[in-house]
Design a protein around this ligand. Structure first.
Ligand SMILES: [Zn+2]
Length: 303
């Protein structure tokens, strides 16, 4: 951690964006499709269709609507694809690249961090890299962890494999470095899943939130981040935000953001490249310290 962070709560120096830009906006799509469902039922797939069909809507309809929307506003986005989704649909990665978008890693099976150990994580990310390379002829440069959990081991692996950045953590609302890995931060409040995800599985936490309320929220966050000079990272999913009203909402959002000439709309790859080449590099560097467990200092609390 830099001395500045240890010694003072004075504001950090402002994050600087390319000439003429006061903030940045990153549109990202996690193309999860059926992968999380297949992972959840990895030992035995039930003979049931509802959640499979709900998620298959993503690659059938949702994705093409998102691609059409980005094309109309001239937006290049970052798509994070579990390798199993690309393996099942080998035309997907080349199609995303042909449309000018970035593709990044998102687990092999969308395996969750709590379900795999370090060795399994390493094997999965290496296999994902191989698959991307085989299908597209080039290596992706970005990683985004399924469900946005990370460990120090995962950061070491991102570095060892020569990737340019991770996009899973939230320690700043502009790019920074953690254990010398460039972090392109995300934010739960800018994730469509927390508002809309509803699978009818009995485990849903809430009914889907109204699109109008979500648009209000996202616009307010974007306007304020623009004023603060931060990074607006929106994360949507093929099978969630591809639904009719949600596409219309994204259209209104893109309309306002792309009309602001001071907002730099860029892919995560471009933003990571800017970070290391700019004066920001090294000014927002932290380490992945995990404190010791509280243990005996619990003053007799029983749990
Ligand atoms: Zn995901």
């Amino acid at each position: 951690m830099s001395d500045r962070m240890k010694s003072t709560y004075a504001p950090f120096p402002a994050y600087t964006w390319p000439e003429g830009k006061t903030s940045a906006a990153l549109f990202s799509v996690d193309v999860d499709a059926t992968a999380p469902f297949l992972w959840e039922h990895r030992d035995h797939l039930p003979e049931r269709l509802a959640r499979l069909e709900l998620r298959r809507f993503g690659l059938r309809s949702g994705l093409s609507r998102l691609l059409d929307l980005f094309a109309r506003y001239g937006v290049k986005a970052s798509f994070y694809v579990p390798a199993i989704v690309a393996e099942t649909d080998p035309d997907l990665l080349p199609a995303l690249l042909n449309a000018g978008h970035e593709i990044g890693l998102h687990g092999y099976f969308h395996e969750l961090v709590r379900d795999v150990d370090d060795r399994e994580f390493s094997a999965a990310i290496e296999a994902s890299l191989d698959l991307f390379l085989r299908q597209t002829g080039r290596r992706p440069v970005g990683f985004r962890s399924p469900a946005w959990e990370m460990t120090p081991h995962m950061l070491r692996e991102v570095k060892r494999l020569g990737l340019s950045y991770d996009s899973s953590l939230m320690g700043f609302d502009h790019p920074y470095e953690i254990d010398d890995v460039v972090e392109i931060p995300v934010q739960w409040a800018l994730d469509d899943a927390i508002f809309y995800k509803f699978e009818g599985s009995g485990n849903d936490r809430q009914a889907p939130v109204s699109g109008a309320a979500v648009l209000d929220d996202w616009l307010a966050e974007w306007r304020t981040l623009h004023r603060f000079g931060g990074l607006f990272t929106l994360t949507v999913h093929d099978w969630i935000s591809g639904r009719a009203q949600r596409i219309a909402l994204l259209e209104k959002l893109l309309e306002e953001i792309t009309a602001e000439s001071g907002a730099w709309v860029a892919t995560a790859e471009e933003i990571a490249r800017h970070h290391v080449a700019s004066a920001n590099s090294g000014h927002f560097a932290v380490t992945s310290d995990i404190p010791a467990a509280i243990g005996p200092r619990r003053f007799g609390f029983s749990s």
